[in-house]
Design a protein around this ligand. Structure first.
Ligand code: FES
Length: 195
């Protein structure tokens, strides 16, 4: 049989309640830390340099939201683009009021015609009514080839607009692809001559 000491029990309960009351009356001493998240974000933003990428490419914190189209290309870049445009210009783009004419002798046809420097030798031959050989008309085969019989490299007489078939020796021997050959000097050509 368990013998309960009610006096001791109530004394214990009373002391426990007293200790709990004192604890809560004094508080835990804990205070919330200040919210520094905004401060951290601002610090990170100031540490990241501005970029020139317009949104949405610019994902960096603090990156400049520059409206599309307002990006400066910079002097050097602009110069490069200008050079590219110059290089990629075709003689075919020369406006008619700026063209120069050269005397082209087609030796096999026995005729000499004036050809503008924005016209190919192939086109000039066709306009004259001659049967001219060709296939791709893009400088990518040798069907239209001919030989400039004046001495020297064929590129002293004509500008090739993107010919991809003739090597340096063949050009040196006077060969040309008439479909992409624009005159820049008087010359004599034998058509249907391949290297
Ligand atoms: S037709 Fe093909 S290179 Fe002239």
């Amino acid at each position: 049989m368990v013998d309960i000491n009610f006096l001791g029990l109530s004394l214990g309960v009373t002391l426990t309640l007293l200790a709990v009351s004192l604890h809560y009356a004094r508080g835990t001493g804990w205070t919330p830390k200040p919210d520094i998240s905004q401060e951290v974000l601002e610090q990170r933003a100031s540490a990241v340099s501005e970029t020139e990428f317009a949104e949405p490419m610019n994902r960096s914190v603090g990156g400049g939201a520059i409206p599309a189209g307002s990006i400066s290309t910079g002097g050097e870049k602009a110069e490069l683009e200008e050079t590219d445009t110059e290089d990629s210009k075709s003689p075919a783009d020369i406006p008619d009021d700026e063209v120069e004419y050269f005397e082209i002798e087609f030796s096999k046809q026995g005729e000499t015609v004036d050809v503008a420097n924005n016209q190919t030798l192939l086109e000039a031959g066709e306009e004259s009514g001659w049967e001219m050989p060709y296939a791709c008309r893009q400088g990518q085969c040798v069907s239209c080839s001919g030989k400039i019989i004046d001495s020297g490299n064929s590129e002293e007489y004509i500008t090739h607009d993107n010919q991809q078939m003739l090597d340096d020796d063949e050009l040196e021997d006077g060969y040309t692809l008439t479909c992409v050959a624009y005159p820049k000097a008087d010359l004599t050509i034998e058509t249907s001559e391949a290297p």
